[in-house]
Design a protein. Structure first.
Lengths: 130, 248
């Protein structure tokens, strides 16, 4: 796993973006950018060489699930690993995210350990299939 | 007979009917039956009239109730404003805490590194002093150790304070749901007030009532433990179990 990879953090609450940014920094990832919903995130992803997307689900404008679907539908972005960090925890929604091709799913409130575990798992699986 | 709600003439009519039956006068029987039926209809209309009047008066008093107008014009918009302000205040508080944590974390790391960096030169200086430090040497040794371990504890506590600021996101999402609910109630109340105004001869258009969605796709937001439904998973372990059953 490349610690210099560019990571986009998408959440409508600036406090949550700050928390995730700090946690990622603790894990050694310093190359992060932020967006507050899918509408602003998508052009950032399309214009930059991001290697990892961490997104909330419930956001005004474009939700995280729609952003995930847009990413999977975009030939250039389709393989981008996506970690969802959200308060949504209904069975149907998690199944929907899984079917849309999410790589990991964290429920808020979460811990720094959970974030590390899920990121490690995502990149282990990617490296195993690469 | 105290609770008899029949019109007073009904008993008289009934006796006349019995008389006609006993006399075997078919035409008379039919006539008496018709009279009884009419009596019944007129009492039904009377009751209906009373109900209509009551409804009309209720609508009028509703229209005139200044409390309802105040609710829709000021109280509910104020309530939404207050809730939004709660979100703003918690955001400011969380950001202040995050500022303090972000400034303190590197300080604590520096303390730890400086203490570690002092250890070797200090041991050399202490050896060179050749016992001339009168016991202060042991205290400085212990101090360097303590700074190192305390700095680690400090970093852990600061990380906890950082993570705790997630309350702002979670409570903010719950408050936004309540704001939406208050907004829906407001719209329906405004519709009701306009409806009563129109009944009184007003011309304001009546808005469509807001249908509160009971759609399965509506986002639920953060879990509120006392409001769990069958569909709610209870945290990360449940989510992990579900995902692994899906092949994750």
């Amino acid at each position: 796993m490349n610690k210099d990879m560019k990571i986009l953090i998408v959440d409508d609450f600036s406090t949550m973006r700050r928390i995730i940014k700090n946690l990622l920094r603790d894990l050694g990832f310093n190359n992060t950018a932020e967006a507050d919903d899918g509408v602003t995130a998508l052009p950032i992803l399309q214009s930059g060489s991001f290697e990892f997307l961490v997104t909330d689900w419930n956001m005004p404008g474009m939700t995280g699930i729609d952003l995930l679907k847009a990413v999977r539908a975009d030939a250039k972005l389709a393989k981008l690993p996506v970690l969802m960090v959200t308060a949504e925890q209904k069975r149907d929604q998690i199944i929907e995210a899984a079917q849309a091709g999410v790589n990991g799913y964290i429920v808020k409130p979460f811990t720094a350990i959970t974030l590390k575990e899920k990121i490690d798992k995502i990149f282990e699986r990617l490296e195993a299939t690469a | 007979m105290a609770n008899n709600t029949f019109p007073p003439e009904s008993l008289q009519q009934a006796r006349a009917l019995v008389d006609s039956l006993e006399a075997g006068n078919e035409a008379d029987v039919h006539e008496q039956l018709d009279k009884l039926a009419k009596l019944r209809e007129s009492s039904l209309f009377h009751e209906l009239g009373k109900l209509t009047r009551e409804l009309h008066e209720t609508i009028n008093s509703f229209h005139l109730d200044a409390r309802i107008a105040a609710l829709t014009q000021t109280d509910i918009p104020d309530a939404k404003e207050r809730l939004n302000y709660v979100i703003t205040m918690t955001e400011q508080a969380a950001n202040r805490t995050l500022d303090a944590v972000e400034q303190s974390l590197p300080l604590s790391t520096q303390l730890q590194e400086r203490a570690a960096g002092l250890r070797a030169p200090w041991q050399q200086a202490r050896a060179a002093a050749n016992g001339a430090l009168n016991g202060v040497g042991d205290r400085i040794d212990a101090f360097i150790d303590e700074v190192e371990t305390d700095a680690v504890a400090l970093q852990k506590n600061l990380s906890d304070a950082l993570m705790a600021q997630d309350y702002q996101d979670l409570t903010g999402q719950i408050i936004r749901r309540v704001i939406t609910l208050v907004h829906d109630v407001e719209q329906n109340l405004v519709g009701l007030v306009r409806l009563s105004g129109q009944r009184m001869g007003g011309t304001a258009p009546v808005p469509e009532p807001v249908v509160v969605e009971a759609n399965a796709n509506v986002l639920e937001g953060p879990r509120v433990p006392t409001l769990d439904t069958i569909d709610s998973l209870k945290g990360q372990d449940d989510v992990d179990d579900l995902l692994s059953s899906l092949g994750f």
